[in-house]
Design a protein around this ligand. Structure first.
Ligand SMILES: Cc1cc2nc3c(=O)[nH]c(=O)nc-3n(C[C@H](O)[C@H](O)[C@H](O)COP(=O)(O)OP(=O)(O)OC[C@H]3O[C@@H](n4cnc5c(N)ncnc54)[C@H](O)[C@@H]3O)c2cc1C
Length: 386
């Protein structure tokens, strides 16, 4: 792993930082208070991102993306993490799994997604199947030459703006010595398909304006042309393309924590009690010291895991450690930032109570902290036969 960024990478960081400060921060209050992203704001963010050449920056150049390395993409996500997720959603980063599109699927889904003409959403989770993906009940069965899909997905982010959905569905079951094991297939499903409804989901305390929705499939008929990858090959595409998405959560957490830290540092230097800046009291100064140490540690874990991906060496454990540590670090840092601000930390005059609320989901989505610990411990123990 190399320490220090190249001139080009520094440029990526400063460009995205300015974008977030100029195009995202000014709209955060409106989104927070209304729970909605005004359409004209969403369109402006998208247009500016396209203009800068950052739209779909996580895709290779040969399909029209910016061809960033994993490390560079982590730097982009880190800067975007400073801003409201509801707004940075329009700094489009389509799901990498679309790289599995073949033939006509590329014209219909991949290229329009990369050009910002269509938006996608990814649907795996169900009311009865979260961490246990294979426990899904959503199933497609053969009928003539088609597939007929029934079931429900919930907690689907970005569904409100999605033109199409990447949906994981059970398409059979194998009997194994450890019991029945579902076979999973990935489908590309257009909004508006007969038998497919998108409805409002739950109201979350984290990331107001970045809504989650419920997808319902009621005898929804799909063709073989809508299968992404191979029939029964859902886990293969998932493992190949969704492997690294947890790293974007880690990078987001680092960026968000640095923004919270900046508020805490400034307040500790300015706020006076007992005739001196509160930062001079060891009780506050040491909190500041712990915050920055943890943020730097999470940053290095994240960039190190990204470098491993760039070097094409195994990174599963390292990605899990980065996601685990960075999301738990963000919870501690946002909590400490409020503590440093005293009562004002809880008031919505500052964005700190929002950062604190937003932080809560990071330990849950893209694999809970417990699932990350499971991945880490299995990677270490399995080679020892345990
Ligand atoms: C706001 C929001 C947006 C989301 N967006 C999407 C999306 O766009 N697409 C999508 O598909 N999903 C999405 N999710 C789903 C998310 O990935 C799941 O919530 C997550 O995987 C956990 O599943 P669950 O909520 O069903 O919890 P469960 O799996 O029911 O877990 C409950 C508790 O049990 C623990 N647990 C479960 N299994 C184990 C185990 N083996 N060992 C130890 N502990 C365990 C968990 O860690 C957790 O503490 C979103 C969730 C939220 C909250």
């Amino acid at each position: 792993m190399q320490f220090g960024l190249s001139e080009e990478q520094e440029m990526i960081v400063s460009t995205v930082r300015s974008f977030v400060e100029n195009e995202i921060y000014p709209h955060e209050d409106v989104v927070e208070r209304s729970g909605e992203v005004p359409i004209e704001v969403a369109e402006r963010i998208k247009a500016k991102t396209l203009e800068l050449g950052f739209y779909a920056c996580n895709f290779p150049e040969e399909v029209g993306g910016a061809g960033l390395s994993y490390l560079e993409f982590a730097l982009v996500e880190r800067e975007l993490g400073r801003g409201s997720m509801a707004l940075t959603h329009f700094f489009g980063r389509p799901q990498n799994i679309l790289m599995a599109c073949e033939g006509e699927q590329q014209e219909k889904y991949l290229f329009p997604a990369v050009r910002g003409e269509k938006m996608d959403a990814l649907a795996m989770t169900e009311p009865g199947a979260g961490s246990d993906v294979r426990g899904m009940k959503c199933a497609a069965v053969r009928d003539g030459g088609d597939w007929v899909l029934n079931g429900t997905k919930h907690f689907i982010s970005g569904a409100e703006h999605a033109d199409f959905f990447i949906v994981f569905v059970a398409t059979g079951e194998d009997q194994t010595p450890r019991g029945p094991k579902k076979r999973i297939t990935t489908f590309l499903v257009d909004r508006g398909t007969s038998g497919f409804t998108v409805r409002d989901g739950y109201k979350s305390v984290s990331h107001r304006g970045y809504k989650n929705m419920v997808l319902e499939f009621d005898d929804c008929r799909l063709s073989d042309a809508q299968v992404l990858g191979e029939v029964d090959g859902g886990f293969a595409v998932m493992n190949e393309w969704l492997y690294a998405t947890r790293l974007t959560v880690a990078a987001f957490c680092v960026g968000r924590a640095r923004r919270a830290f900046d508020y805490a540092l400034d307040y500790a230097a300015q706020r006076e009690q007992f005739g001196q800046p509160i930062g001079k009291f060891q009780g506050v100064g040491f909190q500041i010291a712990d915050m920055i140490t943890e943020i730097d540690a999470a940053d290095l874990l994240t960039l190190s895991a990204a470098s491993r991906l760039d070097a094409a060496v195994p990174a599963n454990r390292e990605i899990a450690s980065a996601k685990l540590y960075a999301s738990e670090m963000l919870a501690r840092v946002t909590d400490a930032a409020i503590q440093v601000h005293g009562g004002m930390g809880l008031m919505d005059d500052y964005p700190l109570e929002r950062f604190w609320r937003d932080a809560r989901v990071e330990r849950i989505w893209d694999g809970t902290s417990e699932i990350q610990r499971h991945i880490i411990s299995r990677e270490l123990l399995r080679p020892l036969g345990a």
